[in-house]
Design a protein around this ligand. Structure first.
Ligand SMILES: [Zn+2]
Length: 286
């Protein structure tokens, strides 16, 4: 089916109390791994591509790959720009057919974040493209460092969040409640009281970034308190690295062994994604 838009996918998640996973792709194999996991579990899915990884891909080609695989699939697939940092990449993503844009102004002042996010909404809204934005700052490093720290002073403030959503007109809000990108040091502690306050203060679906390392129970609690989209990346890449080294150890002397390595990694990534879909409760909803 054609690419789905974020809003329709998240509306069902909110009303039926599950979360849709957003999994990052970089190439055909990762796209395949994600969409086949969605088909296997009958889940709606969000395929993410993060601007922070732009140096590794040809964005236009990647968008075509995702679109084609979504069209061949019978589950809803959203194509989302993850952590859009520049207006230029937002515009290119719109041109290439992304159906959802996450603009990350979390490093800016409140006023600048409002101003730039509103500009993205102004571009996307008339085209039916959803916009997610972030307020407060999710901990850790989006560039892949394995040290995910959080700073309570940067957690999302509920009354500021209400003003932010109202002023910008966004469709979904990424919140900072003790979640972090990368690999957590120890077990993350999520601020569920703050999440409840945010849920009451804000009328749009809430998004949890930094999903790798959060326990299954904490995911379920977060979903029951209004999280409808969960971003998951680190766990896929760490699994891919581990599987690559295991597969290389078993390489023989045939040059086609390399293709077996790629196939094995793709299968591993797909099983990691499918497992998350079961925990997020999106399985069987497509
Ligand atoms: Zn993120």
């Amino acid at each position: 089916m054609p690419l789905a838009c974020l809003k329709e996918v998240l509306d069902s998640a909110i009303s039926e109390k599950y979360a849709v996973g957003a999994f990052n792709t970089f190439n055909e194999d990762f796209t395949d791994a994600i969409i086949s996991a969605a088909e296997e579990t009958r889940s709606p899915v969000i395929v993410n591509f993060s601007e922070t990884q732009l140096e590794y891909v040809d964005l236009q080609c990647l968008a075509q790959v995702v679109k084609l695989k979504a069209e061949r699939s019978n589950v809803p697939v959203v194509l989302n720009l993850d952590h859009g940092l520049t207006f230029e990449t937002v515009e290119r993503s719109v041109e290439y057919g992304f159906t959802s844009i996450m603009f990350d102004g979390s490093g800016l002042s409140f006023d600048q974040n409002v101003e730039r996010t509103a500009k993205v909404v102004e571009l996307c809204n008339p085209l039916g493209i959803s916009v997610e934005a972030e307020l407060g700052a999710v901990g850790g490093d989006e560039g892949g460092a394995l040290t995910a720290d959080t700073d309570p002073s940067l957690y999302t403030d509920p009354s500021q969040a209400a003003e932010f959503v109202e002023t910008t007109g966004i469709d979904a809000l990424a919140v900072a409640i003790g979640n972090a990108h990368g690999k957590y040091r120890g077990q993350p502690v999520l601020d569920f009281d703050r999440l409840s306050e945010l849920r009451d203060a804000v009328p749009v679906p809430l998004v949890l970034h930094g999903g790798s390392g959060i326990s299954d129970d904490d995911f379920r609690t977060a979903i029951s308190l209004g999280i409808a989209k969960i971003n998951f990346l680190t766990g896929m890449l760490l699994g891919a690295i581990e599987e690559t080294s295991l597969a290389i150890e078993n390489c023989g002397e045939k040059y086609n062994d390399y293709l077996d390595v790629l196939a094995r990694v793709k299968k591993r990534v797909s099983s990691i994604v499918a497992e998350r879909m079961n925990v997020f409760g999106s399985s069987g909803r497509a």
